[in-house]
Design a protein around this ligand. Structure first.
Ligand SMILES: [Fe+2]
Length: 130
């Protein structure tokens, strides 16, 4: 991967923005891996090999979900829009348009500004309960 996840000079970016960019890159990589396993599974005929690939794809689902949850915790607007789209029945595009229209756009970017104590007020990644 190298440093190509940055599109601005890294030294001009905050640590929080660099972390956010790293996790965005990781999210992309996990999605690519999910797609690659899907293609391999579609053509593989050896059942033992398929079982291994299914297990590996499950790992990538987990990695993708963890990356996404991290990013959504750091980006309240993204989280709000995602909440309006994910796990909903019905028309995906309609949900997306409604969720975007209902979100604010005045936070100046995706990465939330932390409070003085460094807390996002959203909760830790570890042991969080829903
Ligand atoms: Fe992965």
């Amino acid at each position: 991967m190298g440093f190509d996840q940055y599109h601005e000079p890294p030294e001009e970016l905050s640590a929080e923005t660099r972390t956010f960019a790293r996790l965005c890159a990781s999210l992309t990589e996990e999605a690519e891996a999910i797609g690659w396993y899907e293609q391999r599974l579609a053509v593989e005929t050896d059942e033992d090999a398929k079982a291994i690939m299914r297990d590996a794809q499950g790992e990538e689902f987990k990695h993708f979900a963890m990356d996404l949850e991290f990013l959504l915790r750091r980006s309240p607007r993204w989280r709000q829009i995602a909440a309006g789209v994910l796990f909903q029945g019905g028309d995906i595009v309609e949900h997306g348009e409604a969720a975007e229209a209902g979100s604010g756009d005045d936070d100046g970017g995706a990465v939330a500004v932390t409070a003085g104590d460094g807390s996002l007020g959203i909760g830790s990644l570890r042991g969080a309960e829903r």
